[in-house]
Design a protein around this ligand. Structure first.
Ligand code: MCN
Length: 813
């Protein structure tokens, strides 16, 4: 083995400018809608206008006769094209996990890309039009006549689970997809029954609309003679799309090439395999010409998955001093009309961390998932973990109020003590590393917690109509998805590994192929930073390729803040393989034993003779010409690694904000937002900061503005940006960000994820801040989003109830 004296990190840890930005900010980047192919036709999907109906007939004749129309198909016309329905890769059974055998297999309803007999949500595809131009396709789509026999509609998860509810999938005989339970073996029931203090809370997690800047789009080019298909699609998961297009359309997987060109954001919504991808593929196959589909923004509100959609009940049992004894959570999750790709598993991503950063003797989690006649839900930034964080952090504030304790103090006294190696937590998982008290202490210090509390008291005393509140949210995140064996135990169909390939070319350039692909996260930059340091090559000499299954056939893609901790680790290991091979070439050329070499400042040098050295680019040229290699060594300097993580990573943080609430209008103003996060070793602090900025904005918007509202017929009332409030930059405060680093014990880089952290922490921070501000009025509960109307109504209700009520609407006890 070569002795390794680690080179000082030249790039890792530095905020080098992002390699990908010039083309993005000069408009040079190519998105799917920019692509035009000769002979390309345009596809429009006709969608159900009602949420639940039998399809008595689809009359396509008038549409087919319109100018430019190439084809019009109903769901029945296309039914024979599908070898399988759209996939559910995470079919969760009904089970007390690890404690008993399943009581029911997963109940997954059939999901044809185009509905045949029944439409199950307003937006469900019912017919397809292909025409020479997009305008012609849009016009013809309006001429398709669908005969709906309307059925009773289920719009809420509790309604769906009640006896006698209309069934979304009759064949299943129930709307319940599963009831999944996880407990740590301690008797939560008994502890809750006998505890001196118990809080019971109920919270709603409204559905959210992802709203990526680039709506979805797909273009399929068939090569009829080779039976090959190329799909350009706006996806986070090109490898999943290739696999499932083969399954759904009955094609040979190697004959499908999926390219995710520049992708303009996803936030989880592009972690899916969508009907339109399969429909465009089958249309291109039938017609033998390229077919393109581009989603309208208004269509995205109906037909792209939505996030959240849960009802939560949480109970905390504690001693009079505030020591947590038990955490019990009961969740009802709205799956919408179909079980989308990973939707059933989303609540499970939170199922192990409803206790947050705190110790508790007993832990008990239940989730029941149900079908409704609303658009399908699935992964949306944070996926399961913002919900868990919101529930525990809201409930901790309620507990603090009940005990008359400072909420920060209550949190600190219950936190797990600092640890650097994998350590069991109350929910049964081993957290990788953490120092939670230090995160909270530092955040309080930055905020000037005592001073803010003093100002708050003073403003209350003088009867300020703008009340000041302090919001606290600490969080633990389970990400870096994931050890394949754990995924298997959770009934997930796939693995959690990631692959990377590093090739050192004779020109000195390094070609990196990544299984994960970014849609805004800056992998090209951070991957180049890692390679430049690991191989001692120039940052500008590293070229990173991703998002094309032809160049990167193996990968499991981007979601769950996994890319760095899983894909980055695969990359690091591939670099180490390159270095091991390079050492053999260097030893051969320098005529020394490998043991006599050391890796110093990015090159191999003979121990004690630093002028006798070889750098990677020189060795790459030798390995490529292969004129004089050690016996038995294969030519070419390259390395490939596939990493299956040994554990999740568990980033953590403390987010504190101050809010002002105008008690006359109900308006909420977030004044300061302080975040101290621990994402382990940081590769690029500027990118990490950007990830936090975006994530916190989304979390603040979730707290204050965003909510998909449906009427009793399942029709979306907030179907555009005029009615669905997305945040504006002007509505955000400046963020005060700091980091503490505890190296992850899960991977050799010591990294943890950061892509979702802000979204996980922020909603509870803001809502807790609002309730803290309104505490003197007796308001203890307002549902998200805490918009002016809700806040104003809560203030009026509290005032007419005489103020100083001990509990609010949401508190059961
Ligand atoms: N990073 C780092 N040091 C760390 C952690 C991360 O430098 N300790 C860098 C990484 O190298 C990478 C970026 O930060 O460049 C994010 O890394 P990671 O946390 O591994 O997350 P992923 O790359 O897997 O991205 C997924 C995550 C998710 S799940 C959602 S949702 C999300 C997000 O990232 N959606 C986004 N960030 C987004 N950012 C943009 N612009 N758009 C989206 O849709």
């Amino acid at each position: 083995m070569t002795a390794t004296t680690e080179a000082p990190q030249r790039f890792v840890g530095n905020g080098v400018p992002r390699k990908e930005d010039p083309e993005l900010i000069t408009g040079e980047a190519v998105y799917v809608d920019d692509l035009k192919l000769p002979g390309m036709a345009h596809m429009v999907v006709v969608r159900s206008t009602v949420a639940h109906a039998r399809i008595a007939g689809v009359d396509t004749a008038a549409a087919a006769a319109m100018p430019g129309v190439v084809a019009v198909w109903s769901g029945r016309d296309l039914a024979g094209d599908w070898s399988a329905g759209l996939p559910t890769a995470w079919p969760v059974p009904s089970v007390h996990w690890g404690k008993a055998e399943p009581t029911a297999e997963p109940r997954v309803g059939d999901h044809k890309p185009v509905a045949v007999d029944k439409a199950r949500f307003a937006g469900d595809p019912v017919a397809v039009v292909v025409a020479a131009t997009r305008e012609q396709a849009v016009d013809a789509a309006e001429a398709v006549v669908v005969d709906y026999e309307e059925l009773p509609v289920v719009t809420g998860v509790e309604q769906a689970l009640a006896g006698g509810a209309p069934l979304v999938h009759e064949a299943l005989g129930t709307n319940e997809l599963y009831t999944w339970r996880h407990s740590n073996g301690e008797d939560a029931e008994q502890l809750i029954a006998s505890a001196p203090v118990v809080v019971r809370e109920r919270y709603l997690q409204p559905r959210l609309v992802p709203n990526a800047i680039e709506p979805r789009a797909v273009l399929v080019q068939p090569s009829p003679y080779q039976g090959e298909y190329t799909l350009w699609t706006t996806t986070q998961v090109p490898h999943f799309v290739r696999l499932f297009m083969a399954v759904v359309c009955g094609l040979s997987e190697p004959k499908i090439r999926v390219i995710a060109p520049t992708v303009g954001g996803g936030f989880g919504s592009k972690l899916n395999v969508y009907a339109e991808e399969a429909i465009a593929l089958t249309a291109a196959r039938r017609l033998g010409r390229p077919v393109k589909w581009v989603e309208e923004r208004s269509e995205a509100y109906q037909s792209t998955i939505q996030g959240r959609g849960q009802i939560q009940e949480i109970e905390l049992a504690a001693t009079q001093e505030g020591e947590l004894l038990a955490v019990r959570a009961r969740i009802r999750a709205d799956m919408g009309a179909y079980a989308q790709l990973v939707a059933p598993g989303i609540p499970l991503l939170g199922a192990f961390i409803y206790h947050g950063q705190y110790q508790a003797r007993a832990y008990d989690f239940w989730c029941t998932a149900a079908y409704t006649n609303l658009p399908p839900t699935d992964a949306y930034r944070g996926a399961g973990r913002p919900e868990a964080t919101y529930a525990i952090e809201r409930a901790m504030d309620t507990l603090a109020r009940r005990l008359g304790k400072d909420p920060a103090e209550l949190r600190r006294m219950n936190m797990m003590p600092p640890f650097t190696e994998a350590t069991p937590a109350a929910g049964g998982l081993n957290f990788d590393s953490g120092n939670y008290p230090a995160l909270l202490d530092r955040a309080m210090e930055i905020l000037g917690y005592e001073d803010v509390r003093a100002e708050q008291a003073e403003r209350r005393r003088r009867g300020d109509s703008r009340l000041l509140g302090v919001g606290i949210s600490t969080y633990i995140e389970m990400c870096g998805l994931a050890p394949s064996q754990v995924l298997s135990a959770l009934n997930y169909a796939g693995g959690g590994w990631e692959q990377s390939v590093v090739r050192c070319l004779p020109t000195g350039k390094v070609e990196v192929v990544s299984g994960t692909s970014p849609h805004g996260q800056g992998h090209v930059t951070t991957w180049a930073q890692i390679v430049a340091d690991e191989l001692g090559v120039g940052y500008e000499d590293v070229e990173v390729f991703h998002g094309d299954t032809a160049s990167s056939p193996m990968g499991l893609d981007t979601y769950g803040s996994r890319s760095l901790s899983v894909g980055g680790t695969a990359l690091y290991l591939a670099c180490r393989k390159v270095r091991d091979k390079a050492a053999k070439v260097a030893a051969h050329e320098l005529e020394v034993a490998e043991e006599d070499l050391e890796w110093v400042e990015g090159r191999f040098q003979v121990r004690g003779a630093p002028d006798r050295a070889r750098a990677i680019p020189e060795l790459a040229a030798s390995a490529w010409s292969a004129h004089d290699l050690p016996a038995g060594l294969e030519p070419v300097l390259d390395g490939e690694a596939t990493w299956d993580p040994v554990n999740f990573t568990f980033p953590a943080g403390a987010h504190l904000c101050t809010v002002e609430v105008d008690t006359e209008t109900g308006q909420v103003f977030v004044r300061r937002y302080v975040a101290v996060d621990d994402c382990g070793t940081i590769i690029n602090p500027v990118i990490v900061q950007g990830q936090l900025h975006g994530g916190i904005c989304q979390g603040i918007a979730e707290a204050q503005f965003e909510e998909a509202v449906f009427d009793e017929n399942g029709v979306l009332l907030t179907g555009s940006m005029a009615t669905y409030r997305v945040p504006a930059a002007s509505e955000m405060p400046s963020f005060e960000l700091e980091h503490l680093v505890t190296r992850s014990s899960t991977n050799p880089l010591g990294v943890k994820g950061i892509g979702e952290a802000g979204t996980i922490a922020a909603p509870a921070a803001v809502v807790n801040g609002v309730l803290d501000a309104l505490a003197p009025l007796g308001v203890t509960h307002i549902e998200k989003p805490v918009n002016p109307e809700r806040v104003w109504r809560a203030i009026q209700a509290a005032r007419s109830a005489g103020g100083d009520r001990p509990t609010g609407e949401g508190s059961v006890q």
